[in-house]
Design a protein around this ligand. Structure first.
Ligand SMILES: Cc1ncc(COP(=O)(O)O)c(C=O)c1O
Length: 457
């Protein structure tokens, strides 16, 4: 695959041309895999950056990823969130090795489900019971169904700027042309009937008290209000008042409240955002970290709502299941990870907050003093670099017109051996020790300098 460096240089500048040449020259095995994938794969899951070919990973350890060509990078993908302990942590590796000796899929469960369920239950007073599935998307799908069954109502409310997975009821977005405080919703991508967004979902404004009035207005049809207590599109922790008000209004209106903690669970604190904000939702979804790096989804919550899974106490029963749900290997990995997190939580969570805050502070100071209109938002170990200098109250304030520059930024960052994935959401882990964080900060600064020299910022 050839790019004309001369062309790139004229278009983008010297540094942009140089980083492309460097990355392409050192990734010939990755290029070969990209070529094979173009023939056999309908879609590759999230690409890192346009090289023009993506890179492919051969192995991972601690804070590092190694590509097929032997290049080593500092990993800020966090496996898209699960790897709170970094890559291949010993606690999980041991748990997996011991389970593999005994087999990894029986259909009929072993004792792993009960073990992991007990740990999750213990982590939050809002959790009486849990059920396992295979992804965060499955978890939100089951949770919406459970809420509809429990309340006998049809509508589920989501917030502008949220992400809840890939099923039809989750792929509903605020129409950016609609009023900020009273957003309307549209479906994302083809293949989802418009009735889903029009009749069955309600879009609410995030961190905006008009959401409370909308809940009051539609309460008779509203089964469930779903919120990421910290949105990955604009991670921040100053949501206490908004969430307190939301809890109160849902109780007042007899509408169920769900925290989608697929990313934040066991990452923001051991007890997730429930612990950080001291709020008990009626339903919670988990995923990512709970599986220790293996595929998992979890629906959890109060006994009265979770009864929908069993039909106990004359509660209307929903259909749920799945060939791999609660499989022994995932249960073992999840138990290994959570047990380690629990035993070391007093060290792990303060560390993740302090290092996440340090990255944000140093990069924001650098951008301010260099007059670069970019800001780093973070909620502990979850970081999102926002291109644009405006105050961000919600995702509505993010300037999406800068996407091309953002992609260029991450390409240069890769050239400095730091990977942020294509979703542009970055995670650090407990394996990212202070000296690795120093390197990350330095790479970000050098990347800004590259772009400045090329005249992009
Ligand atoms: C808050 C939230 N909910 C649900 C999901 C879907 O999880 P999965 O990708 O495991 O299906 C995600 C994925 O990123 C998420 O961030």
């Amino acid at each position: 695959m050839k790019v004309s460096n001369k062309h790139v240089e004229q278009e983008m500048g010297k540094n942009s041309s140089a980083v492309r040449a460097k990355l392409i020259n050192r990734t010939s095995k990755c290029e070969e895999v990209a070529r094979r994938g173009q023939v056999a794969l309908a879609q590759e899951v999230v690409q890192t950056v346009d090289l023009p070919h993506p890179i492919y990973i051969d192995s991972a350890d601690g804070p590092y990823l190694n590509d097929l060509d032997g290049n080593r990078y500092i990993d800020l993908t966090g496996g898209f969130g699960p790897n709170v302990l970094g890559n291949k942590p010993e606690a999980v590796e041991k748990a997996l090795a011991s389970q593999i000796k005994k087999g990894w899929h029986y259909g009929i469960p072993g004792d792993g489900q009960a073990d992991l369920a007990e740990l999750i239950k213990e982590s939050s007073p809002a959790v009486d019971e849990v059920m396992f599935c295979n992804s965060g998307s499955e978890a939100t799908m089951f949770a919406f169904r459970a809420a509809r069954a429990f309340t006998g109502k049809r509508v589920v409310a989501l917030f502008d700027g949220s992400y809840h997975g890939i099923h039809d009821y989750a792929l509903v977005r605020a129409d950016l042309k609609s009023e900020r405080s009273n957003p309307s919703s549209i479906t994302l991508g083809a293949g989802i009937p418009e009735e889903v967004s029009r009749d069955l979902m309600l879009m609410l404004p995030y961190r905006d008290k008009n959401a409370y009035d909308l809940i009051r207005k539609y309460k008779d049809d509203l089964a469930l209000v779903v919120i990421e207590p910290v949105q990955s599109s604009n991670p921040r922790l100053d949501n206490q008042d908004f969430l307190n008000g939301l809890r109160d209004v849902c109780t007042e209106c007899e509408v169920l409240l769900m925290f989608d903690e697929v990313i934040t669970g066991f990452r923001i604190e051991y007890g997730g955002c429930q612990e950080y904000y001291n709020i008990n939702p009626d339903l919670i979804t988990y995923g990512k970290a709970v599986g220790g790096g293996l595929p998992i989804g979890v629906v959890a919550g109060s006994k009265r709502v979770m009864n929908t899974f069993s039909g106990a106490e004359d509660t209307p029963a929903i259909f749920a299941g799945g060939t791999f749900s609660g499989n022994p290997l995932t249960m073992a990995a999840g138990f290994g990870a959570l047990e380690y997190l629990k035993e070391n939580k007093d060290e792990i969570y303060p560390y993740l907050h302090s290092q996440g805050n340090r990255i944000a502070k140093e990069i924001n100071e650098f951008c301010r003093s260099s007059n670069i209109p970019v800001q780093m938002m973070n909620a502990g170990s979850m970081l999102h670099l926002i291109f644009g200098g405006e105050t961000i109250d919600s995702s509505r304030d993010i300037d999406h017109s800068q996407y091309k520059l953002e992609k260029e930024f991450y390409l240069h960052l890769l050239g400095h051996n730091v990977i942020v994935p294509g979703i542009h959401l970055a995670f650090i882990s407990f394996a990212h020790k202070p000296e690795v964080i120093d390197e990350v900060i330095e790479a970000f600064k050098r990347t800004f300098e590259d772009l400045r020299e090329d005249g992009h910022i």
